[in-house]
Structures are given as structure tokens and as C-alpha cells.
Design a protein around this ligand. Structure first.
Ligand code: PLP
Length: 405
């Protein structure tokens, strides 16, 4: 019997498809601006020096074994991860109101969060979560997988290549009370457009008025501005104001641990007692999903986060990555405006933050860049700034200039 005769062929993931096409391209000046992973100035993956050091420490440690971790993860990792996100002075942390569980990086945290909400959130009407338009494509899929309907809220304004703040506020005000809003803590993917601190305060005001729930996705702490505290300021502000919230945390980007899959889910409760109950249910869900999270990445991060010397080294490495990206933004802006006199306004390239930039190029222009210049980017005009370096930035700027003329 042909059991799977009716299974339709699924389309390939658009980002991974782009990378595959890039790899087979033989053009000498090809540029890959698709994938969201950091590259150094030679276009190569970068193992953070602090991670290299910790790898050597772990290799020499003869006390380590390959036993299972607890279901909710390595305790010295999850507690330190909560501290780096919320800060040591956080009231929720001091009062024991945060349930922290180690997850399969940020994706796993998003999944566990969605699964937990689907089961236990006090829904006011249908199970739906508001997501920014656009957002990381996986958000929709992850929510749908657990029976939650994703509903778009306005976020990006193509006219200003910036934030549609009034659209966002309207949507917050008109949504039913106790709605769940998925927010990018910093370095919004794919646009690179973040609310300012004053705008975050207004968002928190409306969320409190309406009793909304904040589902924070924090995949780029430190990577955006180069400063861990600054990039956590929206989450910390919401926590201080008492907005009910959870945070999905990833160490893929800020520690370059993409393949190690190390992250955490933090659910903030109103009381310590609530946090204990929430954690017990997260543990039950985790058990049936993955039994126990993986050890290696958690050991690396536990060492870095709990040792003041290693922590300082990590902060330096984060700054190296963030500064290189910020410099690429500045250089690209100068090339386009001062040198090439490319038609259009390009301030958004320096104003946007984090790994990605929404260039404002339309589908036709993006396709032309790919076909004529062998520059690989998604059709929505998003580029990964990490794919630019001192060797290819001029070629990219010239190709972009030609594409918009
Ligand atoms: N959330 C956002 C917004 C992202 O951009 C990413 C990665 O691209 C993730 C979550 C999760 O990444 P990972 O599962 O590798 O931590």
C-alpha cells in the first residue's frame, strides 16, 4: 500500500534554499546576505574567543559525564540566564516569581511558550496570538502547530521604512482584553526596526490598561547594541511595570552557539507560589516533548555567566560582533549617499538595529540583485548585515545602486 500517496511535497524553507543556491553559484563576487548568522570580516563563522577558552576548560574536566540533565535543565544555567536577562536587581527574580526552563534554543522556547499558553492561558475568546507584520516566519508555524491562530498587527510602515507606531497602538487598544501580543525584545527580525524607549513605555501603558499578555521573543540580547543591559531594557521595563509576561531567550546569536541549541523560557508570575505551579507544568510538557534538554551548550553558558572574568570576556566578544555590524551599516550608508549618490533616502540603514536591515528594495529590485549581481537576499529586501565585510561592501553598494536606478 502506498501509505503516503496523498502527502503533498512541501516547499523548501526559503532561507535555506537561498543558502543552497549560493553554495552552487561559481561567480567570484557572489555575496550571501540571506542567513541570519554572524560572519567575521573574512565572511567566516566566528567561534567567540571566550567560547574557545571554555571549550578547553570543559575538555580537561574529567568530572563531567554524559548523564541526563534535570527535565527543566541545568540549574546553574537557567538561574544565571534569568539574571542576565532581568538583571540581578529584578523584583520578580528576588521574589522567586520567575519559572525558568532550559529549552532547545530560542525556537524551542517559543514552542514551549506557545504550548504552555495553549493549555493554560485564560483565553478571552478564541486562542489567538497577535504577531507583528512582518515577523520571523517561524512564529506563525510554531503557533499554528499548537492550535493557536496567529493574527497580524501592523508594525512596519513601507512609506517611512520605519515603525508604524500608531497602527501598533491602535491594534493594542482595539484587541479584546487579555489578548496575547508577541513582541521582539530587540533587533526586530526581519525589519531591524525597534520601538524607542518612550514608545515601549506607551506600549506598556496600553498593555496594562487592557490586561494584555506580553510574549517576548529575545533572540538578540547584546547583539543589537553591543550592550546586554540596553538590549534587555524593554523586557525589564515591562517587568518593573508589572505587565504579565514571558520571555523566550536564545544564546545562538550572542554567543555564536547556533548548533548547540541553548536557550531558556522564563515565565514571570504574580507570586512565588504561581511560579512553582507554572514550573511544574512546564516540566510535564517538556518531559513529553524532549524529556531532557542537551548538556553541552548549557555547560558553556553556565561557565560564562557564573564567572565574572569569563562574563567580561563574553561582553567584549559581543561588542566585537555588534560593532562590526554597526560599522558595516555606517559604511554602506556613506557609500550609497556620499559616493554613489544612489537615488533615495538611506538613513534607515544606520537607524535600524541588529542582524538585519530592511533595505526598502522591492521584489523586482531584490530579484535583479540576485540574478544580475549574484547577491543573495530574500525577496522582501531584507539583508543580513553580518554577510557584509570590508571586501564585499563596495561591490554590494554598487550592485544595489544599479538595482535602484
Ligand atoms: N526568534 C527570532 C526572532 C529569531 O530571529 C530567531 C533566529 O533566527 C529565533 C527566535 C530562534 O533562533 P534559535 O532557535 O536558533 O535560537
Amino acid at each position: 500500500i502506498d501509505t503516503w500517496a496523498s502527502v503533498p511535497q512541501a516547499p523548501p524553507d526559503s532561507i535555506f534554499k537561498l543558502t543552497a543556491a549560493y553554495k552552487t553559484d561559481t561567480h567570484p563576487q557572489k555575496v550571501n546576505l540571506g542567513v541570519g548568522a554572524y560572519r567575521d570580516d573574512n565572511g567566516k563563522p566566528w567561534v567567540l574567543p571566550v567560547v574557545q577558552k571554555v571549550n578547553e576548560i570543559l575538555l580537561k574536566d574529567t568530572t563531567l559525564d554524559h548523564e541526563y540533565l534535570p527535565i527543566t535543565g541545568l540549574p546553574e544555567f537557567t538561574s544565571a540566564a534569568a539574571q542576565v536577562l532581568f538583571s540581578a536587581g529584578s523584583a520578580a527574580l528576588k521574589e522567586g516569581r520567575i519559572s525558568s526552563v532550559q529549552t532547545i534554543s530560542g525556537t524551542g522556547a517559543n514552542h514551549l511558550a506557545a504550548l504552555f499558553l495553549a493549555k493554560f492561558y485564560q483565553w478571552n475568546g478564541p486562542k489567538q496570538v497577535f504577531i507583528s507584520n512582518p515577523t520571523w516566519a517561524n512564529h506563525k508555524a510554531i503557533l499554528k502547530n499548537v492550535g493557536i491562530e496567529p493574527v497580524d498587527y501592523p508594525y512596519y510602515d513601507p512609506k517611512t521604512i520605519g515603525l508604524d507606531f500608531s497602527g501598533l497602538l491602535n491594534s493594542l487598544s482595539s484587541a479584546p482584553e487579555r489578548s496575547v501580543f508577541l513582541l521582539h525584545a530587540c533587533a526586530h527580525n526581519p525589519t531591524g526596526v525597534d520601538p524607542t524607549n518612550e514608545q515601549w513605555e506607551k506600549i506598556a501603558d496600553v498593555m496594562l490598561q487592557k490586561g494584555h499578555y506580553a510574549f517576548f521573543d529575545c533572540a538578540y540580547q547584546g547583539f543589537a547594541s553591543g550592550d546586554l543591559d540596553r538590549d534587555a531594557s524593554a523586557v525589564r521595563h515591562f517587568e518593573q511595570r508589572g505587565v504579565p509576561l514571558l520571555v523566550c531567550q536564545s544564546f545562538a546569536k550572542n554567543a555564536g552557539l547556533y548548533g548547540e541549541r541553548v536557550g531558556a523560557l522564563h515565565v514571570v508570575g504574580a507570586t512565588h507560589d504561581a511560579a512553582v505551579r507554572v514550573k511544574s507544568q512546564l516540566s510535564v510538557l517538556q518531559r513529553s516533548e524532549i524529556s531532557n534538554p542537551p548538556t553541552y551548550g548549557a555547560r558553556i553558558m553556565a561557565l560564562i555567566l557564573n564567572d565574572s572574568g569569563l562574563f567580561e570576556e563574553w561582553k567584549r566578544d559581543i561588542k566585537t560582533m555588534a560593532d562590526r555590524i554597526i560599522n558595516m551599516r555606517k559604511e554602506l550608508f556613506v557609500l550609497l549617499t556620499d559616493e554613489l549618490k544612489t537615488p533615495g533616502k538611506w538613513e534607515h540603514i544606520v537607524n535600524q538595529i541588529g542582524m538585519f536591515s530592511f533595505t526598502g528594495l522591492n521584489t523586482t529590485q531584490s530579484k535583479a540583485l540576485l540574478e544580475k549581481a549574484h547577491v543573495y537576499l530574500t525577496e522582501n529586501g531584507r539583508i543580513s548585515m553580518a554577510g557584509l565585510n570590508s571586501k564585499n561592501i563596495r561591490y554590494f553598494a554598487e550592485s544595489m545602486d544599479q538595482a535602484v536606478r
